[in-house]
Every structure is written in C-alpha cells, then in structure tokens.
Design a protein around this ligand. Sequence first.
Ligand code: SAM
Length: 232
Amino acid sequence: MVEPDQVVADQLCLSSSQQHYLYRVLRLGAGQQFVALDGQGQQWIATLTTKPDVAAIAPLSRPSSATQAPVTLVIALPKGSGFDDVVRQTTELGVSTLQPVISDRTLHQPNPKKLERWQRIAAEATEQSERLLLPQILPPMPWRDYLKQVSEGSRWICVARGDAPHLLTVAQASDLTRPAVIATGPEGGWTEAEVEGAIATGFQPVSLGPHILRAVTAPLAALTLVMAVHAQ
Ligand code: SAM
C-alpha cells in the first residue's frame, strides 16, 4: 500500500518491506511491472528500475467498482481466527465495511489488538485483489448497540432456519442504489430475541438456501449473492 510521501513526481520510493516483497517474495527484477495503489482510489503501473528502492510510475485508470452502492457486512465474531479469513475473503469479493459484532452466543470476547491485525489483512487483500479502495473495518461492538445506530439502506439478517425468502430473490427486487447491510450470526446462530430486535429495526430475515453454512461461510455466500446482483 502506497503512502502519500512515497510518491515523488513519477517515482515511487519503495520501503524495505515493499522491496522484500517485490524482489524476494514475487522475485521481480528491474524492468518488471506491478500495480501500486494507495487504497484511496489511486493506482499506478510501476516499473522496477536498477535502483532497488525506486520504481517508475504512471497513473493507471481502470473501471472502478466504487460507483456501486456500498455493502456492509455485520458479522457475529466467529471463534478462533475465523474472522481473519472472513476479512481476507470479503475484501477480495468487494465488501465496503465490516462491522464485527458480539452477539448473545458469540463464543469469545475479541482481543482489542485484533482490529489492527484485521486492518493489515484487509490492506494485503486489497493489494492482492487490485481493488481500488480499502474496506473499512470497524471495532467490534455488541449487536444490540449496533441495532441502535443503524440508520440507512436495505437491511437483511441471514437466518439459517425457517421460511425466510432467499437473499437472491430479495436483493433482485431491492433498490440497488441504496447501501446494503447484511448480518450473519455466530456458530450457535442468532437468538430469537436478536432476530426480533433486528426486525424491529428494519431488518428483513433472509435465507441463503437449504444448507446450514458455517459462520465463516455465510458472510461470503451472502456477499457473493449481493455483488452478483449488483453486477447484472
Ligand atoms: N446452529 C445454528 C442454527 O441452527 O441456527 C446455525 C448457525 S450458522 C452455523 C451461522 C450463521 O450463518 C447463522 O446464524 C446465519 O446467520 C448464517 N447462515 C448459515 N446458513 C444459513 C442459511 N442457509 N440461510 C441463512 N443464513 C444462514
């Protein structure tokens, strides 16, 4: 990820960790090219020079997905390091904002140091997937507090059982210019009170199909469906 002070005219000054990644991990050499980005919407095609700490750059303009309505995923924190994978994969798929939440059946309290780690994972996935904008990763908060502050957009809560309509059908019938908020539950699922609280706040219960998906799989499935509808 390029910091503003690394760009001087048509040159990019490479940090030692960037040099390590480009020369040792990717095994690139002078004359070879890579895409550099700042995570704020700017991208360059960069060419390595004979000076190891300097790359020549030219602005790169590519169609942006930033014009799509933003999609926020509200995810009850899965156990262990499961959220690391969710951050990486949903960043690749194009999530705009990730809001981890602590629900009644969340199995552990998050370590405050995790936020920095998730932001680093999101930055790496942003670079790897060559998306233009970094997703926003918000600090974890209780689900009930989140419900008090959510205010806009189409809101869907994924419920694994019952006869809720499929998210695909619901998303296709929705106003795609509005931001979308999709909530998925923890390993033990949402409690009835949590789903009722969500409905009272304007969330519509939706299904992701007949199979019970893992807490780390459901956000990926939901995001993929909504992104596919946006792409049509
Ligand atoms: N034992 C839980 C239950 O019976 O409800 C299953 C929870 S599931 C492992 C974790 C979360 O993924 C659920 O709370 C829900 O948000 C989402 N999920 C999993 N499969 C789903 C499906 N088929 N439809 C909608 N949501 C699903």
